[in-house]
Write a protein that binds this ligand. Structure first.
Ligand code: F6R
Length: 600
């Protein structure tokens, strides 16, 4: 949901800002803009479209050399993605320029009153009120004006602000939207996320809510809203610059699919240590999992895992539903919040609601220093490294792995698992990275199926038991990157409605891995076959009989059904990827989407 970047230092600002924006493009990509200060004047370029379009415009109409600037890549909330609504936004006198990620909820009221005071607005955005408010409060100190302005706004923001009257500083501030400040030999930076600055530095400050930072050539200073200077500490970023690059793959999504065995290996060693060390509350009555999208599907698998291992009731809620329905949660509830980004607005709101009701909140998160990690009582990191492709892949299997380890350790602490099964389960988990690598090696078989089916107008994904959520996730992956309507269903529900959809134009992906309910799945497959549905099965290696039931089969290594979601996810991701590529879809940046959903 929008990415912002800012730079001040001895180097040429424009290329630094553009390359930072490229690294943030996953956050939104419908329009972009940049502003730099040179000779006491703000110069800007804005475009509808992607960063490459902005680069093209700057090549034709170069910006002056400058050592300071701010830039923005947008995912539109208020106002169409056109040039006027693209950031940066300016004050009436064009001396103040603002980039913003978030939503100003009371912008209409503020806009009306600013208009009545004589301010002239040009865009339909909520952000523009910030530029005018800062102008209104400006009395020669940009920091003070920003503080006065943000005291008036309701909503979420990460802001970068520059002023032509103070051409040697950037002021930034945040509330409920991510923002880092960083420092290196190349200069000082602000950014929505770490990948934007990785090329240049490793020392970052994760700004807290309602903090304001001033960056100039002398350093970084942080203030609270009472204008008192506050202490801050630098964190060292450990990830390498290459982790935010494609590494020879045509798309981030494909690279991230292929990273899964390595991510899992890392989790099973260093991640597992953390999960073992956690002191599991003995008195929990119930567990509630809150998450959105793919993370929600991981949560659904988590319900099967935890209930089966620890015999504690688990409810799984979409964060956006949980927060508004006065959920039954109290001190005896453990809330597990799952999020790749740690910035999903609904999940953060759900966590706040749960904490208000006295629940203990444990999060499963990928992004170090994100809002979720700061607001949780405890965090298990998924250690997947930056996930740039908009469609979540490696973060999903990493979330699953954490849930398996969590379930096992909880069961051990509650004594609901025998020592032998505990050991045997860990043995299976440790075998998964190699099995995932085997699946990736056999990618051609999945690609063949994908290419053959890329013209189908709709897909159905069916699974049962612990692979019912896998079916939901397979359908989500396909629809978000290929735009093909796809639904996931519990196979047992077919006869209660969805079977009416089956005809020769519908492709049906059935997850039919070895399990105690394999025969039931085969009956469902027969019912689809009898109605001419085009069947694709995901089956276990060695299942010769499956070929007599379906025309296309993708085999995965045989494994205990309980752990199979960790394998099933991979062919489903690869299938969606191949189909989307065959349809020439922009896999890493599907239309209308953004990587982290920081607005409701
Ligand atoms: C789908 C996808 C989304 C996210 C969802 C939650 O591929 O990526 O559905 O899973 O927006 O995001 P996080 O996990 O960052 O809270």
């Amino acid at each position: 949901m929008c990415g912002i970047v800012g730079y001040i230092g001895p180097k040429e600002a424009v290329p630094i800002l553009l390359s930072g924006l490229k690294r943030l493009e996953y956050r939104g990509y419908d329009s972009a803009g940049i502003a730099v200060i040179s000779c006491g004047k703000i110069h800007s370029r804005k475009i509808p479209g992607k960063i490459n379009d902005l680069i093209g415009v700057i090549a034709k109409e170069p910006l002056p050399k400058a050592g300071l600037g701010i830039a923005h890549t947008r995912w539109a909330t208020h106002g169409a993605p056109n040039k006027v609504n693209a950031h940066p936004h300016s004050s009436c006198d064009r001396k103040i320029s603002v980039v913003h990620n978030g939503i100003i909820e009371n912008y209409l009221k503020l806009k009306e009153s600013l208009i009545s005071e004589g301010h002239r607005f040009v865009s339909q955005t909520d952000t523009e009120v910030l530029a005018h408010l800062i102008e209104k409060f400006y009395k020669g100190d940009l920091k003070d004006a920003v503080i006065e302005a943000i005291k008036k706004v309701e909503g979420s923001f990460a802001l970068g602000v520059v002023s032509a009257d103070e051409p040697d500083k950037i002021v930034c501030a945040r509330q409920d939207s991510p923002l880092i400040v960083a420092e290196g030999r190349a200069g000082r930076f602000i950014a929505s996320d770490v990948p934007a600055i990785l090329e240049h530095c490793r020392r970052v400050v994760y700004l807290k809510d309602r903090e304001v930072a001033v960056l100039d050539n002398n350093g970084i200073r942080v203030f609270d809203l009472n204008k008192r200077e506050v202490r801050f500490k630098f964190d060292r970023v450990l990830m390498g610059a290459q982790s935010a690059q494609k590494g020879g793959f045509p798309h981030f999504m494909l690279k991230e699919i292929h990273e899964q065995p390595a991510v899992l290996k890392r989790l099973l060693s260093s991640g597992a240590r953390e999960i073992r060390r956690f002191s599991y509350p003995r008195k929990i009555k119930n567990i509630v999992i809150v998450a959105c999208g793919t993370a929600y599907h991981a949560g659904l698998v988590g319900k099967y895992i935890i209930e089966s291992l620890a015999r504690i009731p688990v409810a799984v809620d979409l964060s956006s539903e949980f927060r508004y329905r006065d959920p039954i949660v109290d001190k005896g509830t453990l809330v597990l919040a799952i999020s790749q980004s740690g910035e999903t607005a609904d999940t953060l709101a759900a966590v706040r609601e749960a904490k208000k009701k006295g629940a203990c909140v444990v999060s499963i998160c990928n992004v170090v220093g994100s809002s979720l990690t700061r607001e949780s009582d405890h965090v298990f990191y998924t250690l997947a490294g930056p996930e740039i492709g908009v469609a979540s892949t490696k973060a999903y299997t990493a979330q699953l792995a954490v849930l398996y380890m969590f379930g096992l350790e909880l069961a051990r602490s509650l004594k609901t698992i025998s020592q032998n099964s505990f050991k045997a389960s860990w043995k299976v988990l440790n075998s998964i990275p190699a099995l995932q690598a085997e699946i990736l090696k056999a990618h051609r078989s999945v690609e063949k199926v994908g290419r053959k089916h890329h013209k189908f107008g709709s897909f159905l994904f069916l699974g049962r038991n612990i692979n019912f959520p896998s079916a939901l996730e397979g359908a989500l992956k396909l629809k978000e990157i290929s735009y093909i309507p796809a639904e996931g269903y519990a196979a047992g529900e077919m006869k209660h409605g969805p079977i009416a959809l089956i005809d020769e134009y519908r492709a049906v992906v059935c997850i039919a891995v070895s399990s105690r309910i394999y025969d039931k799945m085969i009956s469902n497959i027969q019912e689809i076959k009898a109605r001419s549905g085009k069947l694709i099965a995901i089956a276990s290696a060695g299942d010769k009989a499956i070929r007599t039931h379906v025309s296309e089969t993708i085999f995965i290594p045989k494994i205990d059904e309980f752990f199979s979601p960790l394998l099933v996810a991979l062919p489903l991701q690869m299938l969606a990827y191949t189909i989307a590529v065959s349809r020439k879809c922009p896999v890493d940046q599907p239309r209308n989407l953004a990587k982290s959903v920081t607005v409701e």
